[in-house]
Design a protein around this ligand. Structure first.
Ligand code: GLV
Length: 326
């Protein structure tokens, strides 16, 4: 019997690739950069499954081009805004993703950004290296207190909740906004569900943990930054387009807010000449919140398992559209 054909759009952990090779004929895209649209479409003709990344656009055109034999789409990420889920569901194709295994690493990193942005770690590091550190000065490098401050968490899902747990270690007062009040989680942790206005005006730190969808696109723009305290710091380890970047630039430049820590930008990578890169109160890193060895290994293995299950016609461990799962 001929093996099913799959496309894997980037190198992942070798054990995950080996597991897939046991059951499928693998076309592995080994370049560091994503395949172009043309190459992606060309390589996906006639495939039975794809293991894809958040940089690959998987839409109706992709699915039609792949053909009606396409059985499974397995994304190695918890976010899946690059995939047209409605189109996949319409065609009966289950879409796998990798929640849970990256929750702790991502929340750890969001808290890392919070601390680094609040305490000016990067400007301090630069000053220690470039010779501008001349003396200990009572008024240099003044950041924001973390201990005992108030955090506003936007999006109380798995990662938002872990961010809240980490905040308790610093005796922070926790506010959260979510379209659904999470009384189940409020029983586990002292935190208060509030509206966005209250969250924005009260919080010392605002940390974003929502997925990207039409209602969260530019959820943070001029109006929201104006509501925030001048001393507040915004953290985004979710998706770049949740923040209107030009509005963020204006708010940071005009000191309407004190700082930002961004794991994600819009677009990615952020262009070299983007005005945000001229500000020393905007910390930006290249979308690495889940990048630990163990977490990326677990993501690789879970994405591989979802792909293999989809090829076999059995149910995926973590499926975005369970209504069409096997
Ligand atoms: C990374 O951003 C992910 O969605 O897993």
């Amino acid at each position: 019997m001929t093996k099913p054909r799959v496309l894997i759009t980037r190198n992942i952990f070798p054990e995950a690739i080996k597991a897939i090779e046991q059951v499928a004929e693998v076309d592995l895209w080994t370049d560091e950069m994503p395949p172009s649209r043309e190459v992606l479409l060309e390589k996906s003709k006639g495939i039975d499954g794809i293991l894809c990344l958040l940089t690959d656009k998987i839409d109706g055109e992709f699915m039609d081009n792949a053909g009606p034999q396409l059985k499974v789409i397995s994304q190695i990420a918890v976010g899946y805004n690059n995939i047209d889920i409605a189109e996949a569901t319409k065609r009966g194709i289950p879409v796998g993703y990798t929640p849970d295994v990256l929750t702790h690493a991502t929340a750890d990193f969001a808290f890392t950004l919070l601390m680094a942005a609040a305490r000016l770690v990067i400007p301090g590091h630069i000053s220690a290296h470039d010779g501008s550190w001349k003396t200990w000065h009572p008024l240099h490098f003044l950041g924001q207190d973390i201990y005992g401050s108030k955090i506003g968490i936007v999006g109380m899902g798995r990662i938002g909740f872990e961010m809240a747990k980490r905040s308790t270690g610093f005796d922070m007062d926790i506010l959260y906004y979510d379209v659904n009040r999470r009384e189940d989680l409020e029983k586990k942790l002292k935190m208060t569900h509030v509206g966005m206005d209250e969250l924005l005006t009260q919080s010392d730190f605002v940390s974003i943990h929502v997925d990207l969808n039409p209602t969260t696109q530019h959820m943070f723009s001029t109006e929201q930054f104006k509501q925030m305290k001048n001393s507040s710091v915004i953290i985004n380890a979710a998706r770049g387009p949740v923040i209107d970047h030009m509005a963020l630039y204006e708010a940071l430049k005009n000191k309407e807010i004190a700082g930002a820590g961004l794991d994600v930008t819009d677009p990615e990578p952020i262009p070299n000449d983007h005005p945000l890169l001229t500000l020393d109160n905007c910390l930006i890193v290249p979308h690495i919140a889940s990048a630990t060895i163990e977490t990326r290994r677990a993501m690789s293995n879970l994405a591989a398992a979802n792909l293999i299950n989809g090829l076999k016609g059995t149910s995926l461990s973590t499926c975005v559209n369970p209504e069409v799962d096997n």
